[in-house]
Design a protein around this ligand. Sequence first.
Ligand code: XUL
Length: 514
Amino acid sequence: MAIFLGLDSSTQGLKAELINTEAGKIICSCGVNFGNDLPEYQCPSGFLENSDPLIRHADPLVWAAALDLLFERLAAAGAPLAQVAGISGSGQQHGSVYLNESFSAVLAGLETEKTLAEQLQPTRSRNTSPIWMDRATSAACAELNGRFGNRIQLDTGSPATERFTGPQIRKFAEDEPDKYQNTAHIHLVSSFMASLLCGANAPIDYGDGAGMNLLNLKTLRWDEEIVEFTASGLPAKLPPAVPSDTIAGRISPYFGKYGFKPEVPVVVWSGDNPSSLIGMGAAKPGVAVISLGTSDTFFAAMNEFKTDPEGFGHVFGNPAGGFMSLICFTNGSLAREKVKTECGLSWDEFDAAAAAAAPGSEGNLMLPYFAVESTPLILRPGIKLSGSPEFCSGKAAAPVKVRVLLEAQALTMKLHSNWIGEKFERIRITGGASDCSAFRQILADVFQSPVERISVSDSAGLGAALRAANAVENIPFEELFEKFSATTAITPPVAENAPGYETALRKYAELEKS
Ligand code: XUL
């Protein structure tokens, strides 16, 4: 039987999607939430609380503990783990795990009667892991950009970027040289989790590796000069970088206790966005994906390797081959949540309110920087309003407030994705806020492309399962997309709304520049 397991190690939890490729069905979904299920690790929202909004670290042991708990739950639910023919996974991007010399031996000898977290505890050379929400590396970024100028973006796909792993490693090596010296292996969340499954150090795939400012996307090798400048001795601490369909190893005997058969192939993990590109069935250029989550992301397979002249967009490896663009907007669901709460609305009322106001929100605009923002880079949050005196004094009716926010989120996506230089035939949408029909219409109108929903709730986990099936059994992605990523609803664009949104886009761009 063709059963594959996809795991999704995201910011706030770990999820599993078990698929049957013959039936074309997800046969079991299960999840662990770090805050609710593992409160002892003190990462209620996926990170350790810190009064400095630029510092966002997690305890990497929570990810290991979640793996045990998830498998325990799957086994208890009767999931057919003994029939799993291949496993892969997706990890929140950019986060890094620092391990000492003992890591390899501990992995090789994992004892079934102990937990993963217990055994890994002494293998950390740094107790915490900076995650993608961390922005404390501006000095390291300035040093890297200063040393390499434009080359860092032209070769690694992104200018030195605060949340990326290279600048994070540089800051660690500068701030805590002893602990850095004591570090034998540096993993991404994805390769760390894959290492646990294999019981050996796993490689990093091109998809997630491109989010480090260390991988030369022209040669698909670690860029020796950049890596060595980032931190002395770093080349020896990085796992190899490999194509996304590489078999990283075989499942560790440790996981036999949950019912897995021996020798199940573990396919190299990837980042959540590259995996989601696959789960959304968007592996070929012409289809863009908008993922509305903690952060909103806009991504698409690329026709050719090119970089964003403004420096906000990124280029990652496409797990199906070639490259993908990605732009990350930090003020996603957090901003929607804030406006919803301020207006005292339920989510249904929020949707109805957005639909009740006219397109263009009576000429009002907002820069929605409720928290630090990646695109454009805003390290000191703040909201800026422009339009009628009533709106600017915060007295507008709820429908206007809601619609202005959603239009701002759509306009910033359009503005900062223009560098990709493509008219997308279709946009596929996922994530919690994709339930909001008014938001889907706004996105369709702003981009003048049909917006499609697919029947998948965890596209990163599904993408990981599809990658496992493709790598282990050579099932073509197109065949898998037809079965698993079919469109369930289409929102066509309204052509009459196009001119109004073109004007709004120009005004939004001016406001952003100001
Ligand atoms: C992408 C990014 C986030 C994380 C967490 O660059 O920072 O999307 O991958 O989801």
